[in-house]
Unconditional design. Sequence first.
Length: 470
Amino acid sequence: MKDTEYGKEICVKGWVRTHRSSKAVDFIALNDGSTIKNVQIVVDPATVDAEMLKQITTGACIGVEGILVESPAQGQASEIQCKNIVIYGLCGSDYPMQKKGQSFEYMRQYAHLRLRTNTFGAVMRIRHNMAMAIHTYFHEHGFYYFHSPLITASDCEGAGNMFQVTTKNLYDLKKDENGKIIYDDDFFGEQTSLTVSGQLEGELGATALGAIYTFGPTFRAENSNTPRHLAEFWMVEPEVAFLDQEELMSLEEDFIKYCVRWALDNCKDDLEFLNKMIDKTLIARLEGVLKETFVRLSYTEGIRILQEAIKGGRKFEFPCEWGDDLASEHERYLVEEYFKKPVIMTDYPSSFKSFYMKQNEPTDNGGSIGYRGVVAPGPTMQGTDVLFPQIGEIIGGSVREESYDKLMAEIERRQMDMTHLWWYLDTRKYGSCPHGGFGLGFERLILFVTGMQNIRDVIPFPRTPKNAEF
C-alpha cells in the first residue's frame, strides 16, 4: 500500500493476529502472510453486527473493506477504517496457536498451524528468499540446474544409512538359500533407496556442461535426534570442471557471502523481527560474514591450535588427535573463539573422508604435502569444508580424484563394492578432467541466516526418528 492510496477504499484479506475491544472502538491486527507487519483494522462497533464481531478471534480468516488512512499510532504508517467485514473461517477458543510465549517444542506438535505465527512466517519467507538467492547466483555465474535422481541403487557416501524403496510385500519376501532377499520381482529389479546425495550424478553433469548445480531433497536414515540433523533435508551441490582447490574455496566463500547479502538486502523486516525476538546478535553476525575474509586453514594446523588450547586449560568433550574427525565443539572453537570469523578447513586425513576425494602429494615418510605446503603426518585429501559460527560445518567440499588408476587404488584399499557405480568410473576412463564441488545443507544455511537454534524449526514439516506426521 502506497501513501498515495490514503483516502481510497480498499479490500484486504487475511488471518487475525489479535483482536482488542473497547467501548468506543475495536482493533483487529490482520496479516496475509506476505510480511511480518500486520495491518490494523479500526472497527466502530456501532457499524457492524455485535455478535459477528465477538466471533472474530485470533486465527479467524476474514476480509475487510474500508478506507486507508494515516495512522496516529506509533510503529505503523497506515490503518484501515472498517466499513464491512466478511468472515471466511472462524477459529474457536481451542486454537493451539493463540497463546503467546509458546515453546518451539510445543509448536512442533502443530507444524500444520505454526506456519501462521510471526516467527515461522518470517523463517519461511527467508527460506524462500534463500532458495531464490541460490538459483540466481548459479544462473548469473553460468551454472546449469541439473536434476539428479531421488531413487538410486548406489550409496554416494558409502555410509549405508539409506531408506529403501520397494513395491514388494514386506510380509512375504522372497529369499534365496542364504536368506538374502531376491529383488527380481521388485519394481526396479534390484535393491533401491532414496538418495543421500546427488553429487556423483552431478559430476557426470559437470563433465558434460562444465558447471552444474543440484538443489533438491536428500534422505539419511540416521538415528540422530539432535538439533542439527534431519532424515529428509535439502542439499545444494554445485560441481565444476577444471577447478582446483584454491578456486573451489573461492567459490564456496563467494557463494555463501552472496546468500547472506541477499538476505540482508531482501529480508530486512523479517531479520529485524528475528533479531529482536530470537537472536539479538543475528544481524551483526550476518554483516560480519560479509566484512571478513574466510580463514583458510589446514586440518593439521587446526589440530595444532586445538591441542595448544588443551595445553592452556581448554576442555573438550571429544578427543582431538591428528586423525580424529573434528567434533562440532572443535569447529566452533576455531571459528568463534580463536579466529572469530568463518574458516575453510582443508586437507583432511583420508581415513574419514570419501573415496572420491583427490589425494595430496605423498612424502617419503608416509605423510603428505597439502595446501600451501603444509606437511601432514599421514595421507590427506583435498577437502574444503566451510565452518561457521553457531553452526559448525555448513559446507563440505573437495577436489575430486580425476585419475582412474588412483581412484581404483583407493576403492580397492577400502574394499568397496562398485557394482552399481560402473558408470561413475567411466568418467575417469573417457575424457577425465580435474573437477571439484561442494554440498551445502540448505537447512543449516537457514539456521544461520535466521538465528534459529533447532533445524526442525527451519523446514515446514521436519522428518526425524519416530516422526513423519503431516
